[in-house]
Design a protein around this ligand. Structure first.
Ligand code: ATP
Length: 537
């Protein structure tokens, strides 16, 4: 067994995530609670060796330790020892929701509503304490299995990994190593690198609820970029098995504009009203209350800001945020014209009516990791010059560094109607369930520095053609004339600088003599042939 700090011993690894490995451990005998079981999350070396993360770790120690709620996994201790950072938590005996969903299939609407309501309770408590989770997803919900006095088993959802996203979101880590986040659950404002509030957790709860009901999250794609584009631009489609009141809740949580999402407290309340109204035992008044659930889901008037990101001014009209420096030709209807500055303009515009108007000035600490990825993807689409984006600059060509995904379980395909129901949520519900599959979350390694792609090399001026009208054979004629001119010059030079004229004169004499001789011969031949010809005739 490996010691961690002076107080704990690590027994065996329980699982590995993007930020570290979780071990089953125990408290050393000589300490209070000795022999007791704990879970120890040992953060990755990259995180532990980042001074910024260590600072946050220490600074947030008190926040994480004081976070107590029946649906939050309690952090007992934080260990900082040399290069090792570890969180000591209560050990939860049970699977995480991601695994449970994969193995058992989707939940009934009532069970999904009650489970999400418990998570919303945990979020409401943490938001009230100023802590935003920022990485809400089924893998971060553990299902504690307890056996009651009557011997009946019940499951209790416990939210874990509070503050981890915040620890890992250190500028040093996110700019030089890898971005911590899960594309399928990321809120549009996080994808765009905009300031975040507790509304990101509400968005995550909406995605989680959708996944509990259908088996897979609403926005999917072949790559992280595609998923992010879907978060930004697509509206979720209502599957047939989701009752109307529950869809109203999901739709409110998944609003693109964070200012339109409800608070965690109201979400929990609304989900309980829905659970009571859509079950088979619902009274008419409960069913009616469920149908009017929208009234409970007004926008959160006081969202909790995420430290390090400027909060959105409640008075600010989101559509009135102008580019830094002002834009005289501002058009309130043109979504792209209200992008706060050059940096956010690389993001794809949201469709009109999506409510996804950009609102705040972006973080002053440089491009957000997702933004770099999206911008790189856009550049890749636009490029016409080969070699515009070096492979080492292309985040999508890096291999994910996450541990290999566990083998996919084929049982969903074999049991499309199977539904998962934690024991205490067993309530009948008549809606057919669609088969589903929870995709593995992805994490992508980022390039060493989020430098924008190198600018395209300047285009070369095309050479001017000597034959712009393209007359056929003109090039050949030019060549011939040049050769003739050269020959004339050579001839003139040779004529005047060599004894060639004398030789020609002598040659002419020779020619005269030769031609005179030839004439004589010809005359004689003519005379002979003429005579004989006359004789025959
Ligand atoms: N307190 C705990 N008690 C028991 N098991 C735990 C506890 N915390 C985490 N685990 C288990 O350890 C495994 C790894 O957890 P971890 O939180 O690192 O994974 P992850 O959520 O996929 O990754 P990350 O949160 O870093 O994105 C999971 O399978 C989870 O079920």
């Amino acid at each position: 067994m490996r010691p961690v700090g002076s107080k704990y011993l690590l027994e065996e690894p329980l699982g590995r995530g993007a930020t570290g490995t979780v071990w089953r451990g125990q408290v050393r005998e000589e300490h209070e609670g000795g022999g007791g079981a704990v879970a120890v999350k040992v953060l990755k070396e990259e995180l532990a060796s980042d001074p910024d993360v260590v600072m946050r770790f220490l600074r947030e120690r008190s926040v994480l330790l004081r976070l107590r709620h029946p649906h939050i996994v309690r952090v007992r201790d934080l260990v900082v020892e040399g290069d090792l950072l570890a969180l000591v938590m209560d050990l939860i005996d049970g699977p995480d929701l991601h695994r449970y969903l994969r193995e058992n299939g989707p939940f009934t609407p009532v069970a999904a509503s009650l489970l999400t309501a418990a998570i919303a309770d945990a979020l409401a408590a943490s938001h009230a304490d100023g802590v935003v989770h920022r990485d809400l997803k089924p893998a971060n919900v553990l299902l504690a299995t307890t056996t009651g006095e009557d011997g009946a088993e019940s499951m209790h959802p416990m939210l874990t990994d509070f503050g981890i996203a915040r620890l890992a979101d250190s500028p040093g880590v996110t700019r030089t190593h890898e971005f911590v986040g899960t594309p399928a659950y990321v809120a549009p404002e996080s994808a765009q690198g905009k300031p975040q509030t507790s509304a990101v957790d509400i968005y995550g709860a909406g995605i989680l609820l959708f996944e509990l009901l259908t088996g897979s999250p609403p926005f999917r794609g072949d790559s992280a970029i595609e998923v992010l584009h879907a978060h930004l631009n697509d509206q979720p489609r209502r599957p047939g098995n989701i009752p109307e009141p529950l869809w109203t809740v999901i739709e409110r949580c998944l609003r693109k504009d964070p200012a339109q999402r409800p608070s965690a407290e109201n979400l929990a309340r609304a989900l309980r009203v829905v659970a009571a109204g859509v079950g088979v035992h619902a009274t008419p008044s409960q069913a009616e209350a469920a149908l009017g659930v929208a009234a409970l889901l007004g926008p959160d008037a006081d969202p909790t800001p995420v430290p390090g990101t400027p909060p959105q001014s409640p008075d600010a009209d989101p559509t009135q945020v102008l580019p830094s420096g002002g834009a005289p030709s501002y058009d309130p209807n043109a979504v792209t014209s209200v992008m706060p500055n050059e940096r956010t303009r690389v993001m794809p515009p949201m469709p009109p009516g999506s409510g996804g108007t950009p609102q705040q000035t972006p973080q002053a600490q440089g491009p957000h990791p997702w933004e770099s990825q999206l911008s790189a993807a856009r550049h890749r689409n636009e490029q016409t010059e080969v070699g515009y984006l070096a492979p080492e600059q292309d985040p999508l060509r890096r291999r994910p560094r996450r541990q290999p995904a566990p083998p996919q379980q084929p049982q969903h395909q074999g049991h499309p109607q199977r539904q998962a129901q934690p024991p205490q949520y067993r309530q009948g519900y008549g809606y057919p369930q669609q088969q589903g599959y929870a995709p593995q979350p992805q994490r992508y390694e980022r390039p060493a520095a989020p430098t924008p792609p190198a600018p395209a090399p300047a285009r070369r001026e095309p050479r001017r053609s000597a034959n712009p009208v393209k007359i056929p054979g003109l090039g050949c004629l030019k060549g011939c004339l040049t050769v003739i001119l050269v020959l004339i010059v050579v001839f003139v030079v040779v004529w005047y600088t060599t004894p060639l004229p004398d030789w020609v004169n002598s040659t002419r004499n020779l020619w005269d003599a030769t031609s005179g001789w030839a004439h004589t011969v010809w005359d004689k031949v003519s005379a002979i042939t003429g005579d004989s010809g006359g004789g025959k005739g």
